[in-house]
Every structure is written in C-alpha cells, then in structure tokens.
Design a protein around this ligand. Structure first.
Ligand code: ATP
Length: 328
C-alpha cells in the first residue's frame, strides 16, 4: 500500500479536523478524496504530507511512518493554498524546490538538473513562461507551477490538494491527461478535489469524508453501484431484454400494476431490437420477481442489476444520508 492509515485523528482543540480515518491506497492508482466543505479532507492530506502531527492513530506513507525523510524524498505534494515569491522565475522556483527536496545547491546548478526543470515545465505547459516573473502569472499558471514543483523529483506518490481549481476547461483537460500518463508510468496519485467530473474520469478508487469521518471507500465503480442499495426507499434497477416488441411494455406494466410503486420505464431499444428497461424496486427479491416475469413473458434476459449512479448523485446521496434525510 502507498498510504495505509489506522484510526488517524487530528482535531483543532477538540473541534473540526478528522477522526478515526482508516484508509488504504494501493500502488499505481489514482485515488480521489471526496467530501463537502469542512469534511476534514485537507486536515487528512496535511497529516499525510507530514505538515500536521496526528493526535491519535498511525499511518504509513510509502511504507514509512508519517513524516520520515525516506518517504518525503519519494513524495510530491501540491498544497491547497500556496504562493510563490513574485520576483522569482519558474526555473528559480523549481531550483528552490529541488533544494527543499534534499538536493544540495550545487546539484541544482548542473545541466542535468536544468534539463529536468525544462522537461517538468514542458510537462505542465509552462515552457513559454520559463523566464517570466511568477508575479505576472495567472492563477492557473501558478497552479501549473505548483504541480511542476510536486513532480520535479520523480515522485512515486503525488498528493494533490485541489490541483485544478484555478484551471480553465482546456487546462483541466491537459492536467487530467498528464495525471493519466503518470499513472501509466506507475506513479500513485492521491487527489483531493471538488471537481466530480475529474474524479469520474480519473479515479480508480475513492473515499468519502463527512463531518471528519470516513463514510465509504473502495473502487469507484463499486461505490457507485452500492449506492443503489443504500436507501430504504429501494433502488433503481436496469434490465436488458431480447425479443422486445412494441406492445411488450403495455403488457408488462399491466402485469406489475399491483406490484411496483411506479410503472416500468423503457430507457432505449438498441439497433438489434434489445430493450433496456428501468424499474424502481424495493429490493433484490422484487428485482428477481421481475426477472422471472420477463422470462415467463417470452423475453430473453441478458442483464439485470442496480443502476450505477452518477458521481454527483452518489455524492448528494452520501451527504443526505449522513444528515439523516431519506436517501432517494
Ligand atoms: N487551523 C485550523 N484551526 C481550527 N479549525 C480548523 C483548522 N483547519 C481546519 N479546521 C476545521 O476543521 C474542519 C475540517 O477542515 P478541513 O479544511 O480539513 O476540511 P476540508 O474538507 O478540506 O474543507 P474544504 O473542502 O472546504 O477545503 C472544519 O470544521 C474546519 O473549520
């Protein structure tokens, strides 16, 4: 595991922060940390980066206890709020970060290091601005430079706290593609972000924090599927059926009139004439009953299962669920 925490806790004089977080991040994945404002995400990230000391619990980053120099050397970190000195150029900023990362000043003046700086600036799309003063940079350019600082020393694990919040859509697309390339090279990426499209596009695994507590974690597709079974009010189910005819829906809805709370919905009929049907069911038993009804009606049943939620729907369900509202 690249990150392994057990009951990790940090509060501010007993208030806020995060409590009892037990989480594993496997090697080579992009992991998304989600949760509403004030959920405790940045507090958790700062503990991983060695900036906050936990009150309680333990954690290993890159196989080392928190804050160890051995782990820091292989860790790239982009903090949520950062500012570079206005009078420096990106090359100077990166030279400084090279030294913060453990290089001796003389090592940051070699041609190998200079070429590493040029490559990193190119990676984040800042080559053209390499000799300009950072004071004249837009917020998006500063964020790209922050990313360059995090990637400069070839980290094995990169922790990014809101890496794309200031970027325009093109910039966000470029950074997403960069993060995918890094994952393909075996780098593990831990992402704290509110941008759900980015999580949907990028993340293999995710965790959801709320009120300082961990509510769910695991592979993203499983989280989205399992949310279909969260609610006491049932779940949306999908069925893929062959042998569909125009009048089939009317006949089926007649048969389930006294069984389902709402009629079956025809979602689509594909080019081969197979239908995708949606139903609101109270549980697996009712979904099973519908499967047998479809087969008895002469249809072929190709697929049946809970409808995966969009990440946004899942996020809202998780937040409402925790607030005690009925999950819908
Ligand atoms: N330095 C601090 N002193 C006191 N309370 C703090 C401090 N930093 C964070 N908190 C509190 O801890 C809780 C979690 O804050 P944190 O910044 O970790 O949440 P977050 O999930 O990162 O929020 P956001 O998405 O808004 O950045 C909040 O209630 C916040 O007010």
């Amino acid at each position: 595991m690249m990150i392994d925490t057990v009951e990790l806790t940090k509060t501010y004089n007993g208030q806020g922060g995060c409590r009892g977080i037990t989480l594993q991040v496997p090697e080579g994945c992009i992991f998304g940390l989600l949760g509403p404002n004030g959920a405790g995400k940045s507090t958790f990230v700062k503990m991983l980066a060695g900036l906050h000391r936990p009150d309680h619990g333990r954690a290993a980053v890159l196989g080392h206890p928190l804050g160890r120099p051995e782990a820091r050397r292989k860790l790239g970190y982009l903090p949520e709020l950062f500012r570079f000195q206005d009078w420096l150029t990106p090359e100077e900023v990166l030279r400084f970060h090279g030294q913060l990362g453990g290089l001796r000043p003389i090592e940051t003046r070699t041609s190998a290091f200079r070429s590493r700086v040029r490559d990193t600036l190119e990676l984040v799309g800042l080559s053209e601005a390499a000799n300009r003063r950072v004071g004249g940079f837009s917020k998006g350019m500063q964020q790209r430079l922050g990313l360059a600082a995090a990637l400069l020393l070839d980290p094995e694990l990169v922790i990014l706290d809101e890496p794309a919040s200031a970027l325009d859509p093109v910039g966000r697309y470029e950074i997403r593609e960069l993060l995918k390339r890094l994952r393909n090279q075996g780098v593990t990426i831990f992402l704290n972000t509110h941008l759900l499209e980015d999580v949907e596009d990028l993340c293999d695994e995710a965790a959801f924090l709320y009120g300082g507590e961990l509510l769910a974690s695991g592979p993203l597709h499983q989280l989205l599927l399992s949310s279909g079974e969260l609610g006491e009010s049932g779940a949306n189910w999908r069925f893929r059926l062959g042998g569909w005819l125009p009048y089939t829906l009317t006949e089926l809805n007649e048969a389930v009139r006294n069984v389902l709370s709402s009629p079956l919905q025809l979602v689509e009929v594909d080019a081969s004439g197979n239908a995708l049907l949606g139903a609101r069911v109270t549980g697996r038993e009712q979904a099973g009953y519908l499967c047998s009804l479809f087969i008895q009606s002469g249809l072929s049943l190709y697929e049946s299962g809970p409808e995966p939620n969009s990440l946004e729907a899942w996020f809202l369900r998780m937040a409402r669920y925790r607030e005690g509202g009925a999950p819908q």
